[in-house]
Design a protein around this ligand. Structure first.
Ligand code: IPT
Length: 907
């Protein structure tokens, strides 16, 4: 048995301790190392001697994951292990990276104790300094430190890293498998302050501080006039720390040989009457799950990117983060302390793949793994214990249940009773302090909210895969409603799409992995380049900390969570101004009468710069209609005329079958009934399989048979729309009537047979010339909206282009629908058309079939037409990719329907 093939988690490591900002000198060893990759682990340690000739090796910039630097490939699996399940054995094919780096010991380090620190190595490393073995360690996202004795002058560090080890069984998180030294390697000359534990509680305006240290030290907080010995408590008046007001106090802890800088936040977490409280106030966690990810660097996330993540969260009204499913880089937690986010810090643990053995031999309940479990929890808590932002410890994710998990809780409660313990897998709540679920339905969340019990939260909900998540607003309404519900965390923050030379962003299978989970890794609120998706914009709206309402002639603001000072700006038509809402409400501004449909928009914006956004940043908004639409003119003038080739009516030219062929001189195709859409990830989801339903119904291959054409006052075309092999269909009538300079089209649809199943949409689709480029519309915008998404959209006049209307989901699927549209103008150099009515629409340069067939965006090519789809119904989006489908009120079925749009040519 080798070290990488054993239950023992490490050998030679120092006991874990706090991450400290110390004045002890440091030498960061990041930079160019020498590197050699081998396909197996069982190799002689031929490279560890200082004088080993590594001149034939490659150079690798550490920290990094070697598959992202051209050595082997990334591999994505969700639940399944990418090797046979035979714990504790890793597979024989075990890519092994040998690393070497030389460093010069600074002269003034002579005689000092020195520690060598690894902040993240996946999955198992053995370490030698100057040829002498230091030991080995596992725990990819955990810190590992060795005591070392470098010699004066030049030293050589050699590190052998195995992709797979026994520990891989404990690290089955849903993400890319990415071996390597992916966080910094540091040498630190030690003073005598090895460990510091800050206890900073808050009650009734006063904070109590006690700092425990490994050796006696002096604790000073100048701003509070505190100067006490370590281990001694001081109670003074303070401002508390919260995510909304992250008040930190600079402090030092000093001995003769070392000074550690601390940033102290005072807060007390408690549970009272089933409610999770901080400083006596209920916690309202409006959170996201964050994996560490960068499209070029994987989990070797640059500092600026971590900062960007926190800033983006703050700017989108997110106030909490679960560090799924491992402790993040320590700097991320510093940013959470500083900028203000509530954190669930999760241990690096997941054994999900044992699901497929029926949880047989699951490490969580096998005694041989006990020490590894405890070790992981200790290393999590000890490293991160001084962060005020952390309010809950989490044992890990998806590891079923067992005595080893219970033992972790036992250890935490002893070591840090100040923070409750979270773990979703403990369904009986035997060893947790909060009840946690993932992807529970709305109905169940509502039920739990009403039952008495310990605080409840959804550690994962609203699976943000592809188009969606649908049903988000309804979840948050439940969180707002029931005190027992502490909130929830959207799954997840960012798409893990790896930048790829030809595919734009790669997902599972794109590297030829023999077993993988496809695009299940593309399920974030941010696209891989960190552009917000429509889902994130919806999150921002529904996580609003204040609610603005307009009713009964007044604008009212209600504070749901503390917010910095706000200003309230209003606009309506061309008018705008400011509202004084300091008393909580104000009368509506005096408005003239408007000629057409007009909405009053009230925006709440930051009155002053904040560390995370500038003054003027929009927090939320509300809208209210102040003038109604003017109904389009239908009727008048022309009757259809027979022509040599068919019919003509106003700007429309029709063939002998009554099908539209040209409009205002532009060649166009006839509108036909469309009931399908390119399935979204949620449509395909295992909890819905709507794609299969639609496939079985033949919605993607409907045919249209002419049943008759009548030219009288109007031109009436009757069709029967149905799919080959199926008896049921729809009887559709298209009636064209003169309407001013344009034509009114009334579409009447009547099911022919029973249609109990959900359909994708109720629409007509028609091809327009490829010269159409520009789109202007009045309705919801600027982004997409479906029946259960689009909280972020406002009613107004919006402009875009055909290309700009596409939402760039990494895996192509239905997207870009604009909702509640009163009119849309589609134009290009050759002219265009205006459509008025009350509809949703999409416009794209490819067909739905092309969209559905593409695996990556590079496969979408502009065709000979621009396809316009006008709908009066869409199936809700839901989150069935990993959660419930659309709520009943958002399920669409085929029903008898009629709708009218007025089309006018534009030159
Ligand atoms: C849940 C996992 O906890 C999370 O890591 C991720 O895989 C998510 O699913 C889906 O993207 S587990 C699932 C079985 C509910």
């Amino acid at each position: 048995m080798s070290y990488y093939d054993d239950f023992v988690p490490h050998q030679g490591l120092r006991p874990p301790r706090a991450h400290l900002d110390t004045d002890a000198p440091r030498l960061v060893l990041d930079g160019d190392w020498r590197f050699r990759l081998s396909p197996v682990a069982d190799l002689p340690a031929d490279f560890v001697a200082p004088d080993f000739d590594d001149s034939g090796w490659d150079t690798l910039a550490v920290p990094c994951h070697w598959p992202l630097r051209g050595y082997g490939n990334p591999w994505y699996t969700n639940v399944v292990y990418p090797f046979p399940v035979d714990p504790p054995h890793p597979p024989e094919d075990n890519p092994t990276g040998d690393h070497r780096v030389a460093f010069d010991l600074p002269d003034d380090w002579a005689g000092r104790r020195v520690v060598l620190r690894f902040d993240g190595v996946e999955s198992c490393a053995k370490v030698w300094l100057n040829g002498a073995e230091l030991g080995f360690f596992t725990g990819s996202r955990l810190r590992a430190e060795f005591d070392v004795t470098p010699r004066p002058g030049r030293n050589v560090l050699a590190v052998r890293v195995h992709q797979w080890s026994a520990a891989s069984y404990l690290e089955d998180q849903d993400q890319w498998w990415l071996p390597g030294i992916f966080r910094s390697v540091t040498l630190e000359a030690r003073g005598d302050l090895d460990d510091v534990f800050v206890h900073a509680s808050y009650r009734d305006g006063r904070g109590t501080l006690r700092v425990d240290t490994s050796v006696p030290a002096t604790v000073s907080v100048p701003e509070l006039g505190i100067e006490v010995a370590s281990g001694v408590a001081a109670t003074v008046a303070v401002q508390p720390w919260s995510a909304e007001r992250p008040r930190l106090y600079d402090a030092t802890v000093a001995t003769d040989s070392e000074t550690v800088r601390l940033r102290i936040g005072f807060r007390t977490v408690s549970i009272e009457d089933g409610v999770l409280l901080v400083n006596g106030e209920p916690l309202a966690l409006r959170g996201v799950n964050r994996h560490e990810f960068h499209p070029d660097h994987g989990r070797a996330v640059p500092y600026e990117t971590m900062r960007e993540d926190v800033l983006l969260m703050k700017r989108h009204n997110i106030n909490a983060v679960r560090t799924s499913h491992y402790p993040p880089h320590p700097a991320f937690l510093d940013l959470c302390d500083e900028l203000g986010l509530w954190v669930i810090d999760e241990c690096d643990l997941e054994t999900h793949g044992f699901f497929f053995t029926g949880w047989e031999r699951n490490p969580s309940d096998v005694p041989e793994w006990r020490e590894s479990y405890l070790d992981r929890m200790r290393r999590t808590v000890e490293r991160d214990k001084n962060h005020p932002s952390i309010v809950l410890w989490s044992l890990g994710n998806e590891s079923h249940t067992g005595a080893n998990l219970a033992a972790m809780t036992g250890w935490v409660r002893d070591r840090d009773p100040s923070r409750p313990v979270h773990y979703e897998g403990d369904a009986d709540c035997a060893y947790v302090d909060v009840y946690s679920r993932m992807y529970a339905t709305h109905a169940e969340v509502a039920e739990i909210g009403q039952e008495p019990g310990i605080p409840f939260l959804q550690c994962e909900y609203a699976h943000a895969m592809g188009n969606g998540p649908g049903g988000l607003a309804e979840y948050v309404a439940l969180f707002d409603r029931y005190p027992r519900i502490a909130g929830g965390f959207v799954w997840e923050w960012i798409d893990h799409g790896l930048r790829h030379p030809s595919l734009e962003y790669a997902y599972g299978g794109d590297y030829g992995e023999p077993l993988h989970d496809g695009n299940f890794v593309i399920d974030g609120l941010l696209f891989p380049d960190r552009t917000p998706s429509p889902g994130l914009l919806d999150v921002k709206k529904v996580y609003e900390p204040v609610r603005v309402t307009v009713a009964d002639g007044r604008v009212t603001v209600e504070e749901l969570r503390p917010v910095p000072p706000l200003r309230f700006e209003w606009s309506a038509g061309d008018l705008s101004g400011e509202l004084d809402l300091s008393s909580g409400s104000a009368p509506l501004p005096e408005l003239p009468s408007f000629a057409g449909e007009t909405w009053l928009t009230v925006r709440a914006v930051l009155a002053q710069d904040q560390p995370w956004a500038a003054a003027g940043h929009e927090i939320t908004w509300a809208q209210h209609q102040v003038a109604a639409a003017v109904a389009p003119v239908v009727g008048g003038g022309d009757r259809p005329q027979r022509t040599g080739s068919g019919f003509s009516l106003g700007p429309g030219e029709f063939d002998r079958t009554g099908r539209l062929r040209a409009f205002g001189g532009l060649p166009v195709g006839a509108p036909h009934l469309a009931l399908w859409r390119a399935p979204t990830d949620n449509d395909r989801g295992e909890n819905a399989h709507l794609d299969q339903t639609w496939h079985a119904l033949g919605l993607h291959r409907l045919t249209h048979r002419l049943d008759g054409v009548e030219a009288g006052e109007t031109l009436v075309v009757r069709e029967r729309t149905a799919a080959a092999a199926l008896a049921r269909g729809a009887l559709v009538t298209y009636e064209w009537a003169s309407a001013g300079a344009g034509l009114a089209l009334t579409v009447s649809v009547e099911p022919d047979g029973e249609w109990p199943e959900p359909i994708a949409r109720l629409a007509v689709a028609m091809p327009l010339p490829a010269s159409i480029e520009h789109v202007t519309w009045f309705g919801r915008g600027p982004g997409e909206a479906y029946p259960d998404t689009g909280s972020a959209t406002l009613v107004g006049r919006w402009e875009s282009t055909v290309d700009g209307m596409q939402t760039p989901y990494v895996r192509p699927q239905e997207n870009g629908r604009r909702a509640d549209v009163r009119w849309a103008e589609l134009t290009g150099p050759d002219g265009g058309l205006r459509i008025a009515g009350d509809f949703g629409f999409t416009v794209r340069r490819w067909t739905d079939a092309d969209l559905a067939a593409a695996r990556h965006r590079n496969e979408l090519r502009a065709g000979a037409a621009v396809w316009l789809t006008i709908d009066v119904g869409q199936q809700g989006i839901g989150t069935a990719s990993c959660g419930p489908g659309a709520l009943p009120e958002h399920v669409l079925t085929l029903r008898k329907t009629a709708f009218t749009v007025v089309c006018t040519p534009l030159s």
